[in-house]
Write a protein that binds this ligand. Structure first.
Ligand SMILES: Cc1cc2nc3c(=O)[nH]c(=O)nc-3n(C[C@H](O)[C@H](O)[C@H](O)COP(=O)(O)OP(=O)(O)OC[C@H]3O[C@@H](n4cnc5c(N)ncnc54)[C@H](O)[C@@H]3O)c2cc1C
Ligand SMILES: NC(=O)c1ccc[n+]([C@@H]2O[C@H](COP(=O)([O-])OP(=O)(O)OC[C@H]3O[C@@H](n4cnc5c(N)ncnc54)[C@H](O)[C@@H]3O)[C@@H](O)[C@H]2O)c1
Length: 473
């Protein structure tokens, strides 16, 4: 098989797919995708999960409404209907994207198989096709990590890749893990009416988040589904009377939980090994992340490799789609303008966890902010219950927490748990990027009364930060 040479080779059709700009119209491009076209977010990540979150929230409404004197009745949940509506929308988008790249663009060759490096800009596909290129972008993403315990291949053990396509809604599901994916699916399935049992190694859920979030989300989740803490997974097997049984231990104690299905939500590993980054001599950190510099250039022994870039989950500490997309825009620019390279701005990266209650964060946690600012740190936790819209909702759980330097008002972080957290955080993200201090953010714009945004306004006003006499009133 003769070798093929391209101006640009992209590995991965998630955010990598966006790199094929008009600049490449008169050049030769290869897009290599060994999985489903469109990558994680579209096919098995952000988009389908949120399409399950919304109906699940509707399904959970009767319990919420009851507190406010409204009697609603949920007559049932049509899981196959929900599932098929979601995937009948998503699957054609993936197929359409694939068709466009494979059939409609003459300058693009789509390789539908895995490829791995044999040199810095040299690859071989699984079928033996040798490929070289002037420029290579590694946009190979990450994959679900399965704990290596006996019985992990028992039928009924799922990851986020397969759980959304179940034939029927599980009556009882065990979820292992305490991170983003576990939190979102626990909310989805409990909202839809499954009995959810979540088991974590640590003492709190969402352990990596701000301490108030972790503590208060653990309490909120405990009110909604069953949680077992500080248990280590030991094995999985078929249960005596259940499809699958998951076993844990804690010192001398043992716990066996039977269920229809088990979701392993135990983290994701970057696909640097799947592309054999080591064979090309690229630097890979202990977590498997491909090392890049600020320009997204792949490093080898700390030095940028000519013409090789990486973006997204394979190289980013933020496993988030909006980050992968931003990095892709930077890579697209840098491929086209080698003399005017741009860096990716990773300041103020927000994230939301679409669980119940919703969570959103930006910037530092309180512990991190204390390390940075010491006694100059001001912290305010504003309860939803203490603003007018929170009264309307009769909210008892939500809060907005902001962190800022007392001396300058510089916002160091914000963490919100509750209704619409993912939207409420956005003004804070804007202010952090624009360098606006906390007091100016609270006082310069009008905040609509009595919208829920007042929870953020009041949190900012509650900070003890310095401001001048001519600051907005
Ligand atoms: C369940 C779930 C929910 C999520 N929800 C959100 C959310 O709400 N918001 C958010 O911001 N982020 C979310 N994420 C994270 C988000 O999906 C990822 O950060 C994002 O999709 C990463 O994009 P990427 O382009 O880096 O990689 P991907 O989209 O994963 O694309 C990489 C592609 O490369 C291919 N590939 C890998 N190795 C090779 C090889 N050797 N040869 C050929 N092809 C290869 C893979 O098959 C894959 O299709 C979620 C993730 C999951 C799993
Ligand atoms: N809304 C969003 O933006 C969103 C949603 C889903 C996923 N994501 C991205 O995907 C990434 C991966 O999500 P995730 O939830 O899989 O990972 P995570 O890193 O958030 O959580 C992994 C969890 O698994 C636990 N764990 C790891 N190994 C284990 C083992 N052997 N036994 C028991 N528990 C174990 C960890 O302690 C942790 O609680 C997230 O970090 C996030 O960046 C984002």
């Amino acid at each position: 098989m003769g070798g093929m040479h391209y101006d640009l080779v992209i590995i991965g059709s998630g955010s990598g797919n966006t790199l094929i700009t008009p600049y490449w119209d008169d050049k030769r491009v290869a897009l290599i995708e060994g999985g489903v076209f469109g990558g994680t977010c579209l096919n098995r990540g952000c988009i389908p999960t949120k399409m399950f979150v919304y109906p699940s929230e509707l399904a959970a409404t009767p319990e919420e409404a009851e507190r406010l004197g409204v009697q609603l009745r949920r007559d049932g949940v049509d899981w196959p209907g929900i599932r098929d509506r979601i995937f009948s929308r998503i699957d054609p988008i993936s197929a359409g994207g694939r068709r466009y790249r494979a059939e409609e663009l003459e300058h693009v060759d789509l390789y539908e198989e895995d490829a791995r490096f044999t040199g810095p800009r040299q690859l071989i596909t699984d079928s033996g096709q040798e490929i070289t290129a002037d420029k290579v972008v590694v946009a190979a993403g990450s994959r679900a990590r399965l704990p290596q315990v006996p019985g992990i291949d028992t039928p009924g053990v799922h990851t986020s890749d397969s759980i959304m396509r179940l034939p029927r809604l599980p009556q009882r599901i065990v979820i292992v893990g305490g991170g983003y994916i576990a939190a979102e699916f626990a909310a989805i399935f409990s909202g839809l009416g499954s009995e959810v049992i979540q088991v974590v190694r640590g003492s709190r859920l969402l352990n990596h988040t701000d301490e108030t979030v972790a503590e208060r989300f653990t309490a909120a989740a405990t009110r909604r589904w069953e949680i077992h803490r500080e248990w280590d997974l030991t094995s999985v097997g078929v249960g005596a009377s259940t499809d699958v049984e998951v076993r844990f231990e804690r010192g001398e104690e043992h716990l066996a939980l039977g269920a229809d299905v088990v979701l392993m939500a135990t983290g994701r590993v970057p696909n640097s090994d799947r592309v054999d980054a080591a064979a090309a001599g690229f630097d890979v950190d202990p977590d498997g992340l491909l090392s890049v510099d600020g320009y997204q250039r792949v490093l080898s022994r700390g030095v940028p490799v000519e013409g090789v870039f990486a973006l997204g989950d394979v190289s980013s500490e933020h496993q988030l789609k909006h980050v992968a997309n931003r990095e892709a825009r930077v890579v697209a620019h840098n491929l086209e303008h080698p003399a005017r390279l741009r860096t990716t701005d990773h300041r103020a990266v927000p994230a939301a966890i679409f669980t119940r209650p919703q969570i959103a964060s930006v910037g530092l946690t309180e512990a991190q902010a204390r390390d940075v600012a010491g006694t100059d740190l001001s912290v305010k936790v504003q309860e939803y219950a203490d603003v007018a819209y929170g009264w309307a909702m009769e909210d008892t759980e939500g809060f907005a927490k902001v962190l800022a330097r007392r001396s300058t008002g510089e916002i160091l972080g914000a963490h919100i748990m509750g209704e619409q957290a993912s939207m409420l955080i956005q003004p804070v993200v804007q202010a952090m990027v624009a360098g606006m201090d906390a007091y100016t953010l609270a006082r310069a714009p009008y905040w609509i009364h009595p919208a829920l945004t007042e929870v953020v306004e009041n949190a900012l006003l509650g900070l003890e930060t310095a401001h001048t006499d001519d600051a907005p009133l």
